[in-house]
Design a protein around this ligand. Structure first.
Ligand SMILES: Nc1ncnc2c1ncn2[C@@H]1O[C@H](COP(=O)(O)OP(=O)(O)O)[C@@H](O)[C@H]1O
Ligand SMILES: [Mg+2]
Length: 338
């Protein structure tokens, strides 16, 4: 176990920022608890007033990574530009800033069930929420949001299959994820170039286009008593709905839910559409390439479980890709744990 993310305590929040937060929630904070969840070191608190009302506060702070800092700023801009996100997630109360600290204050959402484990009805309701979110894309999302392919690249870099077919530490890191490194290298030699060329079609994935979240995973879903909430919106952008669901499915499978094929069928059934086979090939290739180029990388300070959760998504994504393309699977992964 590599430990939890290093999140700051409420006492570390500058006093003047605490005062701004109290102004946003309309009263003094009587109690503040760190909220665990997610894979980054963002400051996350459940705040209670003496009257019992609760609020959620998330923020970036001097110990946050550069990407984490940019993500919070983007997320606030997205909440401000699209108040209708409150239909799919918590309502936004406002933001506050002090030096290197920047926070967003939100309605707090109480969890009624913990996921994982993924029960069948939880998978169904998460997918129904994703379909409803895609279907509700406002007209102006197409003009006011950045294209999805810019956003993931902007926050996380462009690496994928093309980087893995070149000799170097990225390729070595990927191969080291398998029991039989030599066999994994042979698999990559046989298929890597084709996968790199399929990935180039990523920006042109067909099917319905809409606003997309691009970071849907169980830690960004809250199963409340009345509905499921989607949280954590830094990558809100405009692009193929298939890409959004395709980034979610490997985590669903990796956490013991339906496999990627079945998860996609569920989405198609709820939405009443069927994606083109070639688009599914492209989407699964892009997603598997994304995780393949990262899961074997060196640890990143402040993100102790990131490589683990990338592996958790990589292997279902590879299975999906091999299944839809009808190619041999890579060899068995080395066992891994958080
Ligand atoms: N509005 C909210 N109410 C209650 N808990 C929340 C709320 N938003 C997020 N959380 C919890 O806090 C965790 C971290 O929040 P998130 O917005 O995902 O930040 P991060 O960028 O650190 O992933 C989530 O995984 C979720 O468990
Ligand atoms: Mg999150």
């Amino acid at each position: 176990m590599s430990g939890r993310e290093p999140k700051p305590a409420w006492a570390e929040v500058p006093a003047s920022l605490r005062a701004q937060i109290e102004a946003l929630i309309g009263g003094n904070v009587a109690r503040a608890e760190i909220v665990w969840g997610g894979y980054g070191p963002s400051a996350t608190f459940l705040l209670s007033r003496a009257s019992g009302e609760t609020y959620f506060c998330k923020g970036t702070h001097p110990g946050q990574t550069r990407q984490g800092h940019e993500a919070l700023i983007r997320e606030r801009q997205n909440y401000e530009a699209f108040p209708e996100l409150g239909r799919f997630g918590p309502h936004y109360l406002g933001g506050a800033d002090e030096g290197d600290w920047h926070v967003a204050v939100l309605e707090s959402v109480a969890r009624s069930i913990h996921v994982p484990p993924w029960r069948a009805d939880a998978a169904q309701s998460a997918i129904a929420l994703i379909v409803a979110f895609h279907d509700a894309s406002p007209e102006r999302a197409g003009t006011d949001l950045r294209p999805s392919e810019d956003v993931s690249g902007l926050l996380y870099g462009e690496a994928g299959w093309a980087s893995l077919i070149e000799a170097g530490p990225m390729r070595d890191g990927f191969l080291a994820l398998f029991e039989d490194t030599q066999a994994a290298g042979d698999w990559l030699d046989r298929h890597g170039a084709a996968l790199a060329s399929i990935s180039e079609k990523g920006a042109g994935i067909g099917g319905p286009r809409s606003w997309v979240h691009l970071d849907i995973r169980s830690d960004n879903l809250i199963f409340a008593a009345d509905r499921v909430h989607l949280v954590d919106w830094p990558m809100l952008s405009f692009g193929p709905a298939l890409l959004d669901i395709a980034f979610f499915l490997p985590s669903l499978a990796g956490e013991g839910g339906p496999d990627c094929n079945d998860g996609l069928k569920l989405y198609e059934a709820v939405r009443g559409i069927q994606f083109e086979h070639d688009d599914v090939v492209t989407a699964s290739t892009v997603v598997a390439g994304f995780f393949a180029a990262r899961a074997g990388g060196p640890p990143i300070p402040g993100l102790p479980r990131l490589r683990w959760v990338q592996k958790l998504q990589l292997f279902p994504a590879l299975n999906w890709l091999c299944n839809v393309m009808g190619i041999e699977s890579p060899p068995l992964p080395r066992p891994f744990e958080p």
